[in-house]
Design a protein around this ligand. Sequence first.
Ligand SMILES: Cc1cc2nc3c(=O)[nH]c(=O)nc-3n(C[C@H](O)[C@H](O)[C@H](O)COP(=O)(O)OP(=O)(O)OC[C@H]3O[C@@H](n4cnc5c(N)ncnc54)[C@H](O)[C@@H]3O)c2cc1C
Ligand code: FES
Length: 241
Amino acid sequence: MKSERLKITENRQITADIYKMCLLGAEKPLPGNFLELTIPGCFLGRPFGVAGYADGITEIYYRVVGEGTMKMTGMKEGEEVDALTGLGNSFDTNGVKKPLIVSGGLGFAPLKFLAESFVEKGITPLFVAGFKSRSDIVEFLKESGFSPVITTDDGTAGFHGSAVDYIKEKVPEFDRYYACGPMPMLKGMAAAFKGGQLSLEARMGCGFGACMGCSIMTTAGAKRVCKEGPVFSSEEVIFGD
Ligand SMILES: Cc1cc2nc3c(=O)[nH]c(=O)nc-3n(C[C@H](O)[C@H](O)[C@H](O)COP(=O)(O)OP(=O)(O)OC[C@H]3O[C@@H](n4cnc5c(N)ncnc54)[C@H](O)[C@@H]3O)c2cc1C
Ligand code: FES
């Protein structure tokens, strides 16, 4: 973890409620890491998964859901923001030759960074990205530079159904899968397939392991999403109802 002051180089709306922000000055993160931005006027930092990194610039995508993210939409290019960077653990990619990457909604963001790291190693992952509807995806994917297999809940683009439905139907070959998205989706993947790495979200307090506010239950007891996670093995997470 590092405390850094980052300069906003881009902050742009790309769909009705999703924005892309680029921040200059952080050390190179690992795929799976997240950062916490200090938003003026907000007591707690706001965590975001790293979606990309190049030339000292960290890329995040954020959905406007409340006070902090609404304030972020008004931040301007050139403005500086305090951040805790290099938070959390990272995806384990050692020895993986046939990765399957599965996202739901904005879970796409941290997995994009992971997919890029595989491509850098000469490995093309199978990337299945699930969205609610076509309107969610068109601009977002244009921005991302990736062309994953698309699924939509309402059938307006790609496969009609969830990303998990697609994988259950097509049963692609993989030696490890990586998933990020809403809890029901992660639960569905973990129930259907072993050998996965799941990137979880939780309401956070401190963001660096001090308050226990982000704990989840695992087969080895309570673990903190911000410290032992956000990446957990699909076998260790105990999902609620
Ligand atoms: C490790 C991690 C990575 C994340 N990565 C991203 C990302 O890449 N892009 C992105 O848009 N968001 C991401 N989030 C969620 C993001 O942190 C929250 O949406 C944000 O903090 C909300 O701030 P706010 O002040 O706008 O909303 P608030 O006013 O704090 O809350 C508004 C609403 O959002 C809900 N909410 C807030 N935080 C969370 C959360 N952590 N999980 C579930 N619901 C929440 C609240 O319950 C409330 O209903 C991530 C969260 C974690 C823990
Ligand atoms: S948010 Fe404080 S321990 Fe995780």
